[in-house]
Design a protein around this ligand. Structure first.
Ligand code: GLV
Ligand code: MN
Ligand code: MN
Ligand code: MN
Length: 415
């Protein structure tokens, strides 16, 4: 086994950073909540900015809200290496999703400095803004902006109250008219490597320590609006009702049926709203927000067509008008094989058990992969639980993942 670099402090500061981040959350909700587009998230990102500076990075927050820090290399090689993840959470989520990648990136920097290792390349550490889907149906906002993929159409996307995403950015101190300043020229970036918790059951079930990601799922989110007629629940016969709630419910079941076709296909109706939403009133309106996921872009196209048909059929049966809109999607993307080969070598040298795996969760890495060689490293999630308060990863697994990240970066930089 080749000599590998160990984390400074046995990773104590990494675990302390995770603990500190898990304290910056909305206490009124179960689990851990630091949603993007809130004051808490602004506070969280300023905390990350301060930690980057403490670690010796030249750090700033860019025009899209990304926290970016640079560790200078010795200038002997051209190009940059990037690593990071996100620190925003879903509502009542866990404290590891995203946070592990950011806290580990900081630990990599501290370890390099403590070990007296100067990379040949500059190392860029990033905490991407708003990775999780926001109320406007948009995810990976920071990575879309950085890679030039955030469009005017995204800024016009509305939440259920009819507010445009562009207007909501003010809370995050992001000026929608200056987003183009966040576009980064990535032509000299030789690698983006992201460490993340698996968020699924495979690694733990197999007793495997490290997952090497081959592909990231495609995600196709939608918003559907149903308009019927409000009526009395006791006097209106069933056959003349125009019940928007029933058309929405039929659509929710259609999502489930369509996505049950394949082992790798997924469909979720994560949000449903009825109006007026009262026990004794036939609902006049309903709204369902959901998504399909698959590693197969063709299947997603097919699922979209089937859902459109199904939703309209559910409406037609009941005289309910249906509008179905597809929101900002993510294409399925492969990770870089040459980069993953380096990670695989590092993991083997470290004597860790590992397996190649596909990611059913979306990641900023999917947007980075469109422009730069990208690899992802997964560590086990207890019971495969994630996007819930029960999300848990053992400290030893986090530290092993951070050490893989560290040694991968050192290897890429030829040290
Ligand atoms: C984000 O975490 C997603 O995969 O939805
Ligand atoms: Mn997530
Ligand atoms: Mn995540
Ligand atoms: Mn994600």
């Amino acid at each position: 086994m080749t000599q590998r670099i160990a984390l400074a402090d046995q990773g104590e500061q990494l675990l302390a950073d995770l603990e500190a981040l898990s304290g910056l959350v909305d206490d009124s909700l179960p689990g851990w909540t630091r949603s993007a587009l809130t004051e808490l998230d602004v506070e969280g990102r300023h905390w990350v900015l301060a930690r980057m500076k403490d670690a010796g990075l030249d750090a700033r927050i860019d025009a899209a809200g990304n926290v970016i820090g640079v560790l200078k290399g010795d200038g002997s090689a051209r190009g940059r290496i990037m690593t990071g993840s996100h620190t925003d959470t879903v509502l009542s989520g866990g404290r590891f999703d995203g946070n592990v990648g950011v806290a580990s990136a900081l630990e990599v920097v501290r370890t390099l400095r403590a070990s007296g290792i100067t990379l040949a390349h500059d190392l860029v550490v990033i905490d991407f803004f708003n990775e999780e889907v926001n109320p406007y149906g948009l995810s990976c906002v920071g990575s879309r902006a950085l890679t030039g993929g955030l469009t005017a159409a995204h800024l016009r996307a509305q939440n259920q109250e009819g507010v445009a995403f562009g207007e909501a950015l003010a809370v995050a101190r992001v000026d929608p008219n200056r987003l183009n300043e966040a576009v980064m020229d990535l032509s000299d970036v030789i690698a983006y490597v992201e460490l993340h918790v698996e968020q699924g059951p495979n690694l733990e079930a197999q007793g495997t320590q490290i997952g090497l990601v081959t592909d990231i799922t495609g995600v196709a989110p939608f918003r559907s609006i149903f308009k019927g007629r409000q009526d009395h629940a006791g006097t209106t016969p069933m056959n003349i009702r125009r019940d928007a709630g029933c058309a929405a419910a039929g659509t929710v079941l259609a999502v489930e049926a369509i996505a049950s076709e394949h082992e790798t296909s997924r469909g979720t109706s994560g949000s449903i709203t009825f109006t007026p939403d009262a026990v004794n009133v036939v609902n006049e309106a309903a709204e369902v927000w959901g998504e399909f996921r698959s590693p197969d872009a063709e299947w997603i196209t097919h699922a979209r067509e089937r859902l459109l048909e199904a939703a309209h059929a559910e409406g037609a049966k009941r005289g309910v008008e249906v509008e179905l809109e597809w929101l900002a999607s993510e294409e399925p993307v492969p990770m870089s094989e040459p980069l993953t080969a380096i990670t695989t070598q590092v993991v083997s040298d470290m004597g860790l058990s590992h397996t190649r795996m596909y990611s059913g969760a979306g990641h900023d890495a999917a947007f980075m992969a469109l422009q730069v060689p990208t690899a992802m490293i997964f560590v086990p999630s207890h019971d495969g639980r994630s996007h819930c308060p029960d999300e848990f990863t053992e400290s030893a697994d986090i530290l092993a993942g951070a050490e893989v990240l560290l040694n991968t970066i050192v290897e890429i930089s030829g040290r």
